[in-house]
Each structure stands twice: as structure tokens, then as C-alpha cells.
Design a protein around this ligand. Structure first.
Ligand code: BGC
Length: 426
């Protein structure tokens, strides 16, 4: 088997809310405890990664991984507007130190879907003031942790709200929409506009329709997200000009059948191209792909009959990541990092086959001169898949959450570690 060079990033990703447990000040936590929020179950203690990060990092290192992408929970660091918790920053400093001790490069994401409740009360991701609040939080973190970092990813899947808007529109158009969005969201409840739900929202957020990050986004809100990214980047660069700063995008491998060419182009424009002017100068772009999505003359097509599907209802399509990297690299010339790619399956052999195929495609991209710096699998642990709860198993490590949070590494973890050449000193 051909291997990636030793300095190629091979690793795994998590997001704070999905693994840490007890992120009690976030919008997601609040919604998980409502009756009409659409959550299958609440995250509660999650995988207790907050206390067990060392065990998890050690498992990655033993397997041969050299990068760990994780996120900082804004709602922990700034639980109330303007009140910052130093001790939470110290927690993340320990996580970073631990990565270094075990020889992993930490890639820190500042915002991975969840926001403090107070931010949403102030208008959330449709409010201009969020740009200022996010930049202030980015500055606070960078002042304290910047010295220990080389990579900061400002916002995870900056385009998620736009994708959710598209899919919600299709849902309204009576299309079969399940499995079309690259995150665990329940479209039925997204579209429910009942009184009870509005009342619950009003109590928590002071508005019947809170603008959380995963709400269907308006064009104005989309601009606010990009402005927040740029403002945060500016703050980071003022303090550490050499820091590599970028964001990540959720990118389907958009394909067209005869008659669907225009729709496919429009979707690519919405999902990727219109962001280009604002991200061209970034130090890297995080590319996140899970499957393909096809367009015909009537719009978005269902998964082809007989095609294998993952637990999420996505078509099993590991070659998607290679296609997306090629398309992106035609227009974005900077460094690319696959910051997420993975499969929700109970069959670990299938996961290994998925990783093998996906990384073969990436190797071919590199041979063709595309500057791909790393492959980061989603996810390190079987974790909290948002509205879909704990049933979706993306992880390289299973977690027995009900029996002492025992970690059970899967063969795929060790397989991933073999993909990179190892030095004797590693
Ligand atoms: C998100 C993750 C999520 C994963 C799988 C990505 O969109 O960044 O938080 O768990 O997809 O659905």
C-alpha cells in the first residue's frame, strides 16, 4: 500500500458539543430540553471527552495519527455576554498541551454549530452585532492560546444555513429530502411551525424563531457569517500574523443528469463559489464531504435505486471527496485540508473500505498537483449527532456511555494510522 508522506496530516475530528458533555449554556443544550425542538434525545454527558480527552488523544497517537481537530465551546468560555471564564480557557490549554505531548498537531475550531444562548437572544446569526461578538471571542482565545497553535479554523461549515434553506425549500416542494444534508437534522421538525414550539423558543430566546447557526439562512445572514469570519481572522492575524486561518465548508459532490446541468451549477454557486472572493486570501480551506448529490431536470434526485445508503441516509459514495477537491482546486488556489469526511455505519469493515477509497482519491489529487495538506476523518468517537442523537455511529472509537464511558477502538482507527509513513521517532 502506498502511504502519504510523514508530514501529511492524518487525523480525526470532534466538535465540543458532540463529545464533551454538559455544555449547559449553549443554544443546542436548551433546544435539546424542549418538547418541540426536534431532538431525538439530549446530549447530556455526551462522551465525557471534557474529562477523558487524554485517553482519547493517547489512543489517536498510539494508532499513528498526527493531527486532532477539535472545537472550543464559545458558551463555556463566554457563558454570559462579556463575562469570560479563564478556567475554561485553561481547560483547552490542557487539551492543546496534551496533543503536543503525544505528537499531534491541534487544529482548533472556534465555532462548530453551537452558540451561547445570550448570542441567540441578541438576534443570533442574522444580527450584525454577532460579527463584533464573534471577533471579540476570537481575540480573547487567540490572546491566551495563540502561542500554542499553528492552525485556527474560525467557523465550521459556514454554508450550513444556506444548505438548510435550500433543502427546506425542496421539502416544501414535496421532494424526498431526508439524507440530503450533511448533518443530523430532522427536517420534519425544522418545518413545523406550531404554536407550542414558538412558545418554547420565546421562553428561551425571547423570539418564536431563533436564529441559531443551523437555521435556514437569509442572504443577509450569510453575509454576516462571512463578515464574522473575516473579522475574527483580522483579530487573530493582528496577534499572530503567521497563524494559518481558514474556515470550512460543507460541500456535496454535485453532479448533474441530463437536464439538470443548470440546477447543479446554481447549487455549486450557492454552496461554494459565491464565497470565493471572501476566502481566496485565507491560509487554507477546510473541505468537508460525505456523499454526492445529483440534479436532474426536476431538481434534486433521490439516491439511485439499489444504491447502498449509510445510517444517515446518504448514498455510500467515498469517491465524492476526490471529486470535490478537484472542483474546489480549480478555483481556490490555497492549501486544502479535508477537515471532515466519514461514514455512519455499524459495519467497521465498510468504514475501512470507505477510508481506503477516499484516501486513494486524495492521493491521486496530490499526484495531480492539488495542494492537499491532510485528511481528517469524522469522527474520532461515536458521538452526539445533533437532532439524530446517539444512534449514528461515525466513530473510529465506540463509546459505552452507559457503562463507565469505556472506549472501544475499532480496526478503522488503526487502519487510518497506517496511511502515513512513520519515522522511527514517531
Ligand atoms: C458536521 C458534524 C456532523 C457531521 C455528520 C458535519 O456537517 O460538521 O458536526 O456530526 O457533519 O453529520
Amino acid at each position: 500500500m502506498e502511504r502519504f508522506r510523514n508530514d501529511f496530516f492524518i487525523g480525526a475530528a470532534t466538535a465540543a458539543h458532540q463529545v464533551e458533555g454538559n455544555n449547559k449554556n449553549s443554544d443546542s443544550w436548551a433546544l435539546e430540553h424542549t418538547v418541540y425542538g426536534g431532538y431525538q434525545e439530549p446530549s447530556l454527558g455526551a462522551c465525557d471527552h471534557y474529562h477523558r480527552f487524554e485517553e482519547d488523544i493517547c489512543l489517536m497517537a498510539e494508532a499513528g495519527l498526527n493531527v486532532y481537530r477539535f472545537s472550543i465551546e464559545w458558551a463555556r468560555v463566554e457563558p454570559q455576554e462579556g463575562i469570560f471564564e479563564e478556567k475554561e480557557v485553561e481547560h483547552y490549554r490542557k487539551v492543546i498541551d496534551c496533543c503536543r505531548r503525544y505528537g499531534l498537531e491541534p487544529i482548533v475550531t472556534l465555532h462548530h454549530f453551537t452558540s451561547p444562548v445570550w448570542l441567540i437572544q441578541k438576534g443570533g446569526w442574522e444580527a450584525e452585532s454577532t460579527v463584533h461578538y464573534f471577533a471579540r471571542y476570537a481575540r480573547y482565545i487567540t490572546e491566551r492560546l495563540g502561542k500554542e497553535l499553528h492552525y485556527i479554523c474560525t467557523i465550521n461549515e459556514a454554508n450550513m444555513g444556506i444548505q438548510i434553506r435550500s433543502i427546506a425549500q425542496e421539502f416544501l416542494n414535496q421532494m424526498v429530502a431526508d439524507g440530503k444534508i450533511q448533518m443530523g437534522i430532522s427536517l420534519e421538525t425544522l418545518m413545523e411551525g406550531n404554536e407550542e414550539k414558538s412558545e418554547e423558543n420565546r421562553k428561551i430566546f425571547g423570539t418564536p424563531v431563533p436564529q441559531i447557526f443551523q437555521s435556514p439562512r437569509t442572504d443577509a445572514g450569510d453575509k454576516i457569517i462571512i463578515k464574522a469570519h473575516r473579522a475574527a481572522k483580522e483579530e487573530i492575524k493582528k496577534l499572530y500574523p503567521k497563524m494559518k486561518v481558514g474556515l470550512t465548508l460543507s460541500l456535496h459532490d454535485i453532479q448533474s443528469e441530463p437536464g439538470g446541468e443548470m440546477r447543479a451549477e446554481e447549487e455549486w454557486e450557492k454552496e461554494f463559489r459565491h464565497y470565493l472572493p471572501d476566502i481566496l486570501e485565507d491560509d487554507f480551506l477546510g473541505v468537508q464531504n460525505y456523499s454526492r448529490s445529483r440534479y436532474g431536470s426536476e431538481g434534486n434526485l433521490p439516491v439511485p435505486e439499489g444504491a447502498e445508503q449509510t445510517q444517515m441516509g446518504y448514498e455510500y459514495y467515498p469517491e465524492g471527496i476526490g471529486h470535490v477537491l478537484r472542483k474546489v482546486s480549480a478555483e481556490y488556489k490555497g492549501e486544502l485540508i479535508v477537515t471532515e469526511n466519514g461514514i455512519a455505519t455499524a459495519d467497521d469493515k465498510k468504514r475501512i473500505a470507505f477510508i481506503q477509497k477516499a484516501t486513494e482519491e486524495i492521493r491521486k489529487c496530490i499526484e495531480d498537483g492539488i495542494p492537499v495538506k491532510g485528511y481528517i476523518y469524522w469522527s474520532l468517537l461515536d458521538n452526539f449527532e445533533w437532532q439524530k442523537g446517539y444512534g449514528m455511529t461515525f466513530g473510529l472509537i465506540a463509546v459505552d456511555r452507559l457503562n463507565g464511558q469505556t472506549r472501544m477502538p475499532k480496526d478503522s482507527l488503526y487502519f487510518l494510522g497506517t496511511l502515513r509513513e512513520r519515522n522511527v521517532t514517531d
